[in-house]
Design a protein. Sequence first.
Lengths: 393, 262
Amino acid sequence: MDKENTGAKIFKLEKAEIKKVETKKNEIKKVEINKAEAKKNEIKKAEINKAEAKKNEIKKSALKKKGIIRITTAFAILIILHIALIFISVLAGSIDTGFIKLFRGLFVEYDHDIAIIYDLRFPRIIVSMTAGAALATAGTLLQAVLKNPLADPGIIGVTSGAGFAGVIVSSFFPAIYYQKPLFCVVGACVAFIMVYMLSWQNGLTPIRIILVGIAVEAVFSGFTQGFEAMAGSTLSGVASITDGNVTLKTWTDVKTIIVYAIPGLIIALLTFSICNILILKDETVRGLGINVNRIRIIVSFIAVFLAGVATAFAGAISFLGLIVPHIGRLIVGNNHKVLIPYSMILGSFVFLLADTLGRTIAMPYEISPGIIMAVIGGPSFIMLLRKEKNYGR
Amino acid sequence: MDVKEISFSYGKTKILDKISFSLKEGKITTIIGANGCGKSTLFKLMTRNLVPTSGKIVLGDKNIRYIPLKEFAKQVAIVHQSGNEGSDITVRQLVEYGRIPHRKISCIKMADDDKKIDWVISVTGLDEVKDRQINELSGGQRQRAFIAMALCQDTDILFLDEPTTYLDIRYQVEILELVKELNKRYGMTIAMILHDINQAVHYGDEIIGLKEGHILIQGKPKEVIDEEVIQKIYGIHLPVRQVDGDIAVLAVGKRDIDTDKQ
């Protein structure tokens, strides 16, 4: 019995041990499986996370790319149109010419017609382009520093101040004709300082600037018109300023406007970070340690300078400085790094377009670019505004 | 910051009359007062947007008037009352402006700028909206973005002018809790003007009550605020009650007068 018993006991013990070992094995297996699964899961999760992060990044970079693409296309289209316009403008007019004839006349052999075109159309085109760029840039900068979407060198009297100075110089001191831009800049500054000081009351409010600006504009253009009436409107320098036309420009004008305007335009391009930060309230900008009034005066001066120079050559043009920056904003947005150069090119394009149309649609008569801009620019701007419903709210 | 006997007048009207107090370091000071009591003027003086007619405000040991603007911006950050600063710059770009005082040339990034900007964005809980434009944000988010910009200036002192105005109650509390956290966790010295008496009492370690250009009360809110003081500051009788060990001003008119009569 005992033997049997012990035998049975041993058997039982063995069984128990085997069971134990098996359960242990199982447990280890389970743990291992669990571990492996956990690892797998972790890897999966990490992969999913990575994938998501990548997706997000791709989305973001896609958005960024979209913006960049949009801006580059906007620039590309405008530049192509502009180049095309320059060709059309050179070829169009009372002297008929083809592209080949023009090319031969310019570079190969003397051609009487082409010589006339070279002396008359080329200066006119370059002056128009530069004046347009200067006015549009002036408008963009003024809108930024005065925080006022209506600020435009025309509306707030800057161009009429410049115009008045120009009229005085061309009728009384025709000898200093080539310093005329300087005097126009002085006139523009006087008008701007008047507007700035008269509308200042514990700060500048947009409405006050516009109201005072309109009054100053009225006074100066009143003076100019009265003067024109007294002097008789035969003086071509006076007529050029009051009508805002760019006929009879010479290569000397081209040299002068380029000497004055190009440095101004380049400096204007560099002011983008100032213009960008002025989106914030004045106190906030001051709180960042920036002297708001100083930067505002510097940028305003650049704008006024450009408007003065443009007026000296192209007359008191309004509207362009107001509308072009807004069209620019609609197309490329509010970042001045992009907006300033875009407005510059667009302004140059618009002015040249207006002048080219003006001298071709009613040949042999000429309609001043100011009139063309008002008649065509106004409605097209309204159409653009209607399309972009969120703009200006 | 110590305010020493400052007065301010617009023409002949005296707005502030010989006000003196000092902001306690590492504490939140709230400033209350009725409309036209001079609290906005005081704020403008403290943030250097106005110059006192007499007296001076001292920071460190210098009159703030003679500290260069940029230097001042490294020591004091300001959140102005938000107006319609709708714009299409992104939150991140706005916050980045806060680094300008620390830069030699304002548009050139410094080495640790990005780190600081990311940190500030996460502290103010703006991670999810950091690439959104400011004008797409809710009022509360926008206010937080401006606070984030101020934090990016890395200053010890933070001033806020009515940071809760125009916000729904939920966002009001959110902003005030954020301010409290900045004080508790990072030890910022904070001064803020508040419209709501209860919020001023609850969030202020110190409270200053202005009336007609001078300081009426100053001290720990629980000790200095009572019905009489409210009556004096705002010119209206409002019941003040104890609620869970805190004091609460019942900011409703007629009904309480009626119940008081009963």
